[in-house]
Design a protein around this ligand. Structure first.
Ligand code: ADP
Length: 200
């Protein structure tokens, strides 16, 4: 790794609060954790649309999208999952500096990684949302057909099948997507988000 001793962060005249004031929303990161197929991306993208429609600067970061670019060199081993989350976390921090509300949709399977995130953000900058659906429900949905492949052993280290998922212990919100409709879940998240981010 190159030496970081001779790196000095450049500070421009425009700061995060200038951008937030112009955007009329405080920047923050909502992090959606849950099994594959639980509903993270469905909810995050609908929340994004609702926020976009009322003029907020908002962007959704999605698992498979970063896996084909920023994290394409990483595997699904425990170490590489941690590194993947570290990179995404750093990216959302840059977006927050640009005044953006970040919606991050990633499985985030272990308490260790969830804690890693909680430690990495400043106060008010991070809210963990548990998108909760029992494994049987996710398998029945099998949106991408990956549960079937994981059970056949074609996909290794698949969360919920051959790799653990530890439900967040104290999420800011827990959405039961096997009991609540998509609209109900989206309403809850939008309400939560407006409360945290809307500037007068
Ligand atoms: P994930 O991003 O967690 O892997 P997806 O959002 O890709 O999951 O897929 C979730 C699937 O479950 C979608 O087909 C969605 O229509 C369905 N679904 C059913 N009920 C809900 C709900 N309440 N919230 C979110 N998704 C739901």
């Amino acid at each position: 790794m190159p030496s970081q001793r001779h790196i000095c962060k450049y500070r421009g005249n425009l700061c995060r609060s200038d951008r937030e004031k112009r955007n009329m929303f405080r920047a923050t990161t909502l992090w959606f954790s849950g099994l594959s197929g639980a509903g993270k991306s469905t909810i995050a993208h609908k929340v994004e649309e609702r926020l976009f429609d009322i003029g907020a600067q908002v962007y959704t970061f999605d698992g498979d999208n970063v896996r084909t670019g920023l994290c394409e060199d990483l595997s699904f081993s425990a170490e590489d999952r941690k590194e993947s989350i570290r990179r995404i976390c750093e990216m959302t921090k840059l977006f927050m500096d640009a005044g953006t509300i970040c919606l991050a949709s990633f499985i985030t399977p272990t308490h260790e990684i969830q804690q890693q995130l909680m430690n990495a953000y400043g106060p008010g900058d991070f809210h963990l949302i548990h998108v909760d659906c029992p494994i049987e429900g996710c398998e029945a949905r099998d949106v991408k057909g990956y549960y079937k492949l994981a059970k056949e052993g074609v996909i290794p280290n698949y969360t919920g099948v051959s790799s653990p998922y530890e439900a967040p212990l104290a999420p800011a919100l827990r959405l039961r997507t096997d009991r609540e409709t998509v609209e109900e879940c989206v309403d809850k998240v939008v309400g939560f988000l407006l409360d945290k981010t809307r500037l007068e």
